[in-house]
Design a protein around this ligand. Sequence first.
Ligand code: FES
Length: 324
Amino acid sequence: MSDAAIITEPFPMRVHRIAWEADGVISIELRRPDGNDLPAFAPGAHIDLHLPNGITRSYSLCGDPEDRRCYVVGVGLDPASRGGSLYIHNQLRVGQVIKISSLRNHFPLVEDAVRVVFIAGGIGITPLYCMMRRLSRLGHGFELHYAMRNRQRAAFLAELQALGQPVHVHCDEEHGGKPIDVAAIIAAQPAGTHFYCCGPSGMLAAYEKATASLPEQFVHVEYFSPKQIETAGADAHFTVVLGRSGRELNVPADRSLLDVLTSNGVKIDSSCQDGICGTCEVRVLEGVPDHRDSVLTKAEQAANKSMMVCVSRCKGERLVLDLA
Ligand code: FES
């Protein structure tokens, strides 16, 4: 299983500060109401925000990992928002108390890499900003390629430039709408470079293609919208066995595993329900999952030790999960 959750049960946090960062991007600083320190986090970690409108959404932490007083997230207003970013932009207020949970990290930083190149698109800058702060503190160099539609949308740009490392900005509108050339950036780097990418689906598809022949340990990626997953034929029903109780449940072809589990009283945290946040990760005891998430690496998927039950299914007829 990926890095274990440090926070499992939701706990209250006060909205301490909301700041405008760029067109369509705000940052939210959260502190504990009792003023105590928060659990430590590493760059690449994210938390779930439990919003008062009943929606739970994951956001990458972009603040200083050394500052234990607060967690900071950057939130881009999604034009297709289903109520998460829309609520945060339009209704969340300073002083409000909301709950957070699931401090997790599926996007860890290799701190001793010799050469590091970051490629960010839009709000995908947030986890990478945190990583760059960390490398700066360690005295390590890096290079950033930061793409956005136009300069008004360049969140945290001044702070990134102040870190004193090369920052290459690509505004699509300044290039006739042409996106950043991810393949050219990757091809120009020497062997052994660690690449980190977070951005919209088109950028990540270009990134996956350009890095396909590189060893997996040098290629790091985080999705905030689901990958296009090709499935082999129509979905089929299967049986899920709760390994700790022996209870068996049928998962019909037209229902998700998460839906079947929760509707039968099995307690599982979930957030995105799109296979991108990692909140619903469950340990697999037997059977072969049909992985459809955008969180686990290829090696983690091949190991079949855990799965995201919101989107993944079963390649056979029976799965045994580490659930009661
Ligand atoms: S709920 Fe986000 S990966 Fe399953």
